[in-house]
Write a protein that binds this ligand. Sequence first.
Ligand code: NAG
Ligand code: NAG
Ligand code: NAG
Ligand code: NAG
Length: 380
Amino acid sequence: MFGGRGFSTGLVLATTILCAYSAPALEIRAVADHAVTFQTIYVPPATYNTPKTLYARTVQLADGTLLATWENYSPEPPMVYFPIYRSTDKGETWTSFSTVQDQVNGWGLRYQPSLYLLPQTIGNLTKGTILCAGNSIPTDLSQTKIDLYASQDSGATWSFVSSIASGGAADPSNGQTPVWEPFLMVYDNQLVAYYSDQRDPAHGQKLVHQVSSDGITWGAIVDDVAYPTYSQRPGMTTIAPLPNGQWIVTYEYGGGPNPRNAGYPIYYRISPSPLTFNNATGVLLNANGTIPSSSPYVVWSPSGGVNGTIAVSANSHSQIFVNTKLGDASSWVIYSTPQAAAYSRHLRVMDDPDYLLIMGGGPLGGDNSVTDSVMKLPNL
Ligand SMILES: *[C@@H]1O[C@H](CO)[C@@H](O)[C@H](O)[C@H]1NC(C)=O
Ligand SMILES: *[C@@H]1O[C@H](CO)[C@@H](O)[C@H](O)[C@H]1NC(C)=O
Ligand SMILES: *[C@@H]1O[C@H](CO)[C@@H](O)[C@H](O)[C@H]1NC(C)=O
Ligand SMILES: *[C@@H]1O[C@H](CO)[C@@H](O)[C@H](O)[C@H]1NC(C)=O
């Protein structure tokens, strides 16, 4: 697990030496993106509840600083919260920075955090505001509520902004009515909150979004993926823009058809607008017979040729699934990574888009810790 440390330290020294020789300009040189091999971010104490950590996420600020969070299974009371860790060396070392605490429900912030840097002003939320949406759930798991928090000071302090959606017990059985798994994105001058929704009696679970022009008032629920068979459970929206003006969403498709009988095969849809995925056709992610399964995450990098590179992570694989043909169904290729598989493992394209950050909070039911790697895209 610590195998990468010596190598990484060497790179830091190299950077330092470069700085020393670049005198007389004494500016602090920004740390360049570089490989980081399976670095430990956080090891929870033994007192934590299983799985201790899960579901890692990051956001990158304009100066290159990375902030990270995850589901954090600390003993209660006090209320559970989302930790914020910070890296100023592009994912190599991390220190505790702040926490996002439930300020309105008295339940804690328990599951499925998401982080997002506002690329433009939305209402009173100025450009550069960091948003954190996550699932506030009481200790007895009797309710779910996707709440939105904001930081105007680079992640040091956080304030409640609004509540996006409320649902029933945090129980993924069909027939229960929770909401899950928010994903935030600005599109067409509005903030869009995507999430998984079990409240519609016609669908065990479906994927939906709501839009807001100020981050406070949220519009109607719009379906993104909703299958006619009640028991089927599309889940876990993540979205990336493509260079041809299209948008890709990946999701796990609980009960979805696939030749390996995977329980939660990864599907994707491509649409001219990220608000109309329900009109697009779902495609099975099939890499020459390998079918990834469960909790996908998709990103797009401009590196890797005229079409750039789509990269997808899934719970079933340490590897990533790469497509340099804009999502063409027969063009998925598997590449190894230095990072272990994890439930809802996170991807981020770095400032230098040749580099991909992969972060995990461990598997379901594990005795987990939080780790990351940064690797050069494997197809360059
Ligand atoms: C924005 O801030 C102004 C001034 O504090 C306040 O009057 C207004 O209600 C706020 N708007 C929203 C949408 O929060
Ligand atoms: C989506 O499809 C429906 C039904 O075909 C159509 O009425 C609607 O206009 C479409 N929406 C968009 C945004 O294309
Ligand atoms: C796909 O799988 C088949 C059968 O295992 C193999 O012969 C073929 O080389 C593979 N193609 C690619 C592009 O990996
Ligand atoms: C880019 O994507 C298109 C659409 O799939 C494909 O036809 C083309 O071959 C791709 N270009 C390269 C260089 O892979």
